[in-house]
Design a protein around this ligand. Structure first.
Ligand code: AGP
Length: 366
């Protein structure tokens, strides 16, 4: 009812708006700004055991998998430990090699996703070390894993995940920082990341303050048959999550692509009727991303650039600027405007936002 929605038109709007407080909860008590590190007691790993981890693998379905991909990037970047993400159902059915020196992370908002739960059981059967990254306390995956990190996003009702996704990425930033600081990450760099994380809830609030401006762009997508979401490296999992959100709630076909792969095929699809959302994190690839926009413009494709940089983006018809908290955390902040873009497109199209057709909040059967 109205009380539960707290004045918001639907749960997705409420859950998007709650992100600053939700982000604060996943960080609370876990950051040490003085020592430039984090503590995740629920992992039940000593410093020695943390140092013994040779690989990290994130497993989840849908958005939980994309959050894992953000996590893998953070772990490689901050800890220089090889990391990747894989859809849980793919992993469990390909008879994976289970590596005793790998930390497997089962990622799930609900903690009830059948494929993710079965993956945990298969890993345990084969002696893998698996920790949960779960939102719902007492859920099947939380119970099955004897260690992990709770996401503390609060109840997520809308089928489209928003605040749980954000808290997953923040939990993985904490993990990456923890792993980094028992290895080569310096005190100074650790402090910089810890401070950036502490400031992140406020930065998220600043992105949300741009909602009206982002909503004004939604018309472009509501009229489109197909939309590209393009990003590279830090921007790539963000592009995938952005495309997923648009498809899920607006039913507009969106395709995520690495911007670096564009000219190897998909550029053939670009024309005046196919808009592209191009992500530009504040990193050394920004200039390459501007080049991507030029390639699209040269074929008449409309571009909406979403960036944490202050760069002029001459080729873009629209530019959404988002504050940065340092390049490492840009994936977290760049995801927020894409949630809003999908949300307002779906509203323009009159969709049932909290309960999109054909989808369930948690997929508890295969
Ligand atoms: C997210 O918007 C989707 N509804 C979906 O991909 C979801 O993330 C996936 O089904 C996994 O759910 P879980 O996090 O509860 O395991």
């Amino acid at each position: 009812g109205d009380y539960e929605l707290g004045g918001h038109p639907d749960f997705m709007a409420k859950e998007i708006a709650e992100q600053p407080e939700a982000a604060q909860r996943v960080l609370r008590g876990r950051l040490d700004e003085r020592l430039g590190t984090a503590r995740l007691d629920g992992l039940r790993l000593t410093a020695r055991e943390l140092r013994g981890i040779r690989r990290v693998k994130f497993l989840g379905c849908g958005s939980a998998y994309y959050a894992g991909q953000v996590g893998a990037g953070l772990v490689e970047e901050l800890a220089r430990v090889p990391a990747d993400a894989e859809p849980a159902a793919e992993f469990r059915y390909r008879n994976p090699v289970v590596d005793p020196d790998c930390l497997y992370i089962a990622v799930s908002q609900s903690g009830e996703t059948a494929d993710t739960l079965a993956t945990v059981e298969e890993l345990q059967r084969k002696g893998g070390r698996v920790a949960g990254a779960v939102n719902v306390v007492g859920s099947a995956i939380a119970r099955e894993c004897d260690s992990g990190v709770f996401l503390h996003a609060g109840p997520e009702i809308s089928v489209a995940s928003t605040k749980a996704f954000t808290n997953m990425t923040l939990a993985f930033a904490l993990l990456a920082l923890t792993l980094g600081r028992v290895r080569d990450l310096s005190l100074g760099e650790g402090r910089r990341i810890a401070r950036a994380l502490a400031e992140l809830p406020e930065r998220i609030g600043q992105v949300l303050a741009e909602e009206d401006r982002i909503a004004s762009l939604a018309g472009r997508f509501a009229d489109a048959q197909h939309v590209f979401y393009l990003g590279r490296v830090r921007g790539w999992p963000v592009a995938r999550e952005g495309a997923q959100k648009l498809k899920e709630i607006s039913y507009v076909h969106a395709e995520a692509y690495q911007s670096s792969e564009l000219k190897h095929g998909p550029l053939a699809l670009v024309d005046a009727a196919m808009p592209s959302v191009v992500l530009i994190p504040d990193d050394e690839l920004a200039v390459k991303n501007l080049g991507t926009i030029e390639q699209i413009r040269a074929r008449g494709g409309p571009v909406v650039a979403v960036t944490t940089t202050g760069l002029a983006v001459p080729g873009a018809e629209e530019v959404v600027r988002v504050p940065t908290a340092g390049p490492e955390l840009d994936p977290v902040l760049l995801t927020i405007p894409l949630q809003l873009l999908a949300y307002h497109t779906a509203r323009k199209l009159g969709r049932d936002i909290d309960k999109p057709r054909n989808l369930a909040k948690s997929v508890t059967v295969e």
